[in-house]
Design a binder for this molecule. Structure first.
Ligand code: ZN
Length: 604
């Protein structure tokens, strides 16, 4: 399943890199480029730059760079097709049908239909909550929970009237067919007979996807119904366990903070949000799923689990830890006093007290150990063994060797296991379970291993900065100038593009260097280095090339001098002779070059 190549090419031309990146970082115009503090590394002065002309970004600090797609892939931690989709959406370019997958297309259409009906339902419910006489019961409930009008609007809360068909008739009036309404999950069916409104007399919490589209709903009873909460069933638009409540509002704050607070219920997110704690996501009722963790890990690598303090909450937290660890996230646990959930605690004790408790959150291993030794006596061998068995899986699930060892030592000390042989045996049993797939290798960026010399960096900088001058330089370039350089593929690609009169862009260069990851990682740096060497002096192609050749020779001469010193120290006479011959040759070439330059009146 993939997008047609023609579409990708079109999108590359149409996508505005500044507009897309602006969604993530605050860009300021500086000359031809836009600058910001880098979202990929910590810094106080901006070294992250975006060139709308070259359609690339590059950070002079951490050297990450590339196209708008590379940026989105790294920022959202998504695959290339997913990045295509996001860039298209942000650029307002309609997505085409993915190549050869008609079932996917049918499901997508149905999903769009469900979302359309959800939108109608939500707008109507919002009105009912705000204006209807019956909605008063919901307004009073919110008042009791100290939820402000602003918060209510932000989360788009609604009220579903206590009626069997008020919503259905509204949807029919808007033009929905009965089949569409049945497929939407907004109604339920009693056996084979007619369907009726699923949510009746309930406060509505919409579940919005990351783009803010309503995909499902939760409804809280406002009477003494047995079912405190009911939820949408799965539909074409909603698969359980794939979404996190509130993430479309909190994702940026999660990224900024570098960690997410994971809570259970709707209000456990909404109330902290109102108190200014906005790096929160809610897992919603069911146990946390690997899909939810993958989604969360796009925005932060650290998670603070803050579930209810009751026994059910503790069990849910332990399950969550296991899943978070398999995704290689760092996990801490916050248990609020007296089993309070975040909603209650914040309204009672306020934000600063919450932050204080948060600062004292336990690393996951300590929480697991505490739970394991509770109600057990470590002096009793059977109890001790049971505690060990309970704790070890949580250490085994840790991906990093170093952290694994650290947690293991903490656990051994806490469980008072002093016997060296036993400790070694337990460590072996844990290590044998290691799965070797470090997550770091998934990064969409390859760090450049190739390091260009100053000479080639400068010459390429000129070629990229000045079209006319660059063309002149390329025309005069000889294979021996570049063939022995790390950047030889770039030179070859440039010459090819120039001879075919094609535009020199990041994309065309990537293509001509066969998308070699080493070279692709290098290109943004080379393409942006002009701003480092920008000057108002006028050079001719001859002068540029002369400086380049001279610098290249000189750096070889310098390197030979170092090699010479080493050979002397090692008493390697054979090598010394070879070096000496080469030195003579290079010096001769250097003086030849200088004479030539003098005749042409350049280089001074
Ligand atoms: Zn950076």
């Amino acid at each position: 399943m993939r997008y047609p190549q023609t579409f990708i090419d079109d999108l590359k031309r149409q996508a505005d890199i500044v507009r897309v990146i602006q969604d993530y970082v605050q860009l300021k115009k500086k000359g031809a480029n836009w600058m910001a503090c880098c979202p990929f590394h910590k810094e106080k002065t901006p070294s992250f730059s975006v060139s709308p002309v070259k359609e690339i970004f590059y950070c002079f600090g951490c050297h990450k760079g590339g196209s708008v797609f590379n940026f989105v892939m790294e920022m959202e931690r998504v695959s290339f097709p997913e990045a295509i989709r996001l860039v298209a959406e942000k650029s307002g370019v309609p997505l085409p049908v993915m190549v050869d997958d008609s079932r996917f297309q049918a499901r997508r259409l149905e999903s769009e239909e469900v979302i359309e009906l959800n939108k109608w339902a939500l707008e109507w419910w919002e009105q009912q909550l705000e204006l209807s006489a019956e909605g008063r019961i919901a307004r009073d409930y919110l008042k009791g929970r100290e939820i402000t009008d602003e918060t209510r609007k932000t989360f788009r809360l609604g009220y579903a009237p206590d009626s069997w068909d008020a919503l259905s008739s509204h949807l029919r009036q808007k033009g929905a067919s009965q089949e569409q309404i049945d497929r939407s999950g907004l109604v339920a069916k009693k056996e084979e007979s007619r369907s009726y409104d699923r949510f009746r007399g309930r406060l509505i919490f919409p579940v919005l996807d990351i783009q803010g589209k309503p995909i499902a709903f939760g409804g809280r009873t406002l009477k003494d119904d047995d079912a405190k909460y009911i939820n949408s069933p799965e539909t074409a638009a909603y698969i359980k366990g794939r979404n996190l409540f509130g993430l479309h509002l909190t994702r940026d704050e999660i990224r900024r903070n570098g960690f997410a607070i994971l809570v259970e219920g709707f209000l456990d997110l909404i109330v902290p949000y109102q108190f200014g704690i906005r790096n929160v996501a809610a897992s919603l009722g069911t146990a946390l799923t690997p899909d939810q963790v993958k989604l969360l890990s796009r925005f932060a690598r650290k998670v603070l689990v803050n579930y209810d303090g009751d026994q059910a909450g503790v069990q849910a937290a332990k399950k969550a830890i296991e899943i978070l660890l398999t995704e290689d996230l760092e996990v801490k646990i916050l248990v609020l006093p007296e089993g309070a959930d975040p909603d209650e605690f914040l309204r009672k004790s306020g934000a600063s007290e919450y932050h204080r408790r948060r600062g004292e959150a336990q690393p996951h291993i300590q929480f697991v150990i505490d739970q394991a030794v509770r109600d057990r006596k470590l002096s009793n061998p059977a109890d001790k063994e049971a505690a060990i068995d309970e704790v070890l899986p949580y250490i085994r699930a840790v991906r990093s060797r170093l952290q694994k060892r650290e947690y293991f030592d903490i656990a051994m000390d806490s469980l008072r296991i002093g016997d060296v042989t036993l400790r070694r045996e337990l460590w072996q049993s844990i290590r044998s379970g290691i799965r070797s797939s470090p997550r770091g290798s998934e990064s969409t960026f390859k760090r450049a291993q190739v390091k260009p010399t100053v000479a080639e960096e400068r010459l390429l900088g000129i070629v990229f900065a000045d079209e006319e001058l660059g063309a002149g330089v390329l025309r005069m370039l000889q294979p021996e100038d570049y063939e022995d350089l790390a950047t030889a593929p770039v030179f070859r690609a440039l010459l090819k593009l120039e001879s075919e009169h094609r535009d020199i862009t990041f994309e065309s260069l990537r293509e001509e260097t066969n998308a070699d990851p080493e070279i692709s990682a290098l290109l943004p740096m080379l393409m942006m280095s002009e701003s480092l060497h920008a000057s108002n002096e006028y050079y001719s192609p001859e002068e540029c090339l002369f400086t380049f050749r001279l610098m290249k020779l000189q750096s070889r001469i310098d390197r030979l001098r170092d090699e010479n010193l080493i050979a002397e120290r090692e008493g390697d006479n054979e090598k010394l002779l070879r070096i000496s011959a080469e030195q003579t040759e290079l010096t001769k070439r250097k003086s030849g070059l200088l004479t030539e330059a003098e005749a042409m009146q350049i280089g001074h």
